[in-house]
Design a protein around this ligand. Sequence first.
Ligand SMILES: [Zn+2]
Length: 217
Amino acid sequence: MIIGGRPPRPFHRTARECRVMIAPDRGCYQPGCTNSTNMSAVIREADGSTTYTRYCAAHSAAIYDAYVKATQGTLFPPSADVPMEECEFQCVASFHEQDRRFLLLSSMRSKRFFLASLTGHQAENATLAAQYGSGDARLTHQMLLQLVEKLGATCREAAIYGFELHRGRYKCRLVVTRGEEPIEVECEVSDAVATALTAKVPLRVSEAFLFKPPGVR
Ligand SMILES: [Zn+2]
């Protein structure tokens, strides 16, 4: 958490602390703060569980500055033919005032992050997958995985491997195998994350898209 100038973990609250701190007025989760909220997020805890949290404009500004501003205006190479790093879900955050939603992943090997802007629909998908990925919620990616399985195939990995400059969006794919036959399907970044979380397969991201927030060594 960067609040108070202390990087690097994006959101430090544990699930138990959050439950304790849920105020009747649905205010900011920062202890002692009574402001109304500007940002809500679903975050992954160290044990793999997810927690819902929210902060006011003042207490989410540091998060916005460190993770979102840090990557704004970054232009990626159109084709990233560089090594991939396996990443894990960190959070989906919605900044209400700015009407912007973001996905944050962290590299399992280096102290680097991946950040992508999401539409409302994509944020909802990724959030649901993080919260109910392997449960019986009948989400679209769960249906997709059932279909893959019933066709005798297996989902192997999801990858964020490129960037389309003219569309301003990431190129992502799901890799499925049927016997020896590899099958690749293009998808949106939220689908890649939702499917990886649900199928519990590696989620790999091109090194070209990973960044270190300011203050993280
Ligand atoms: Zn606050």
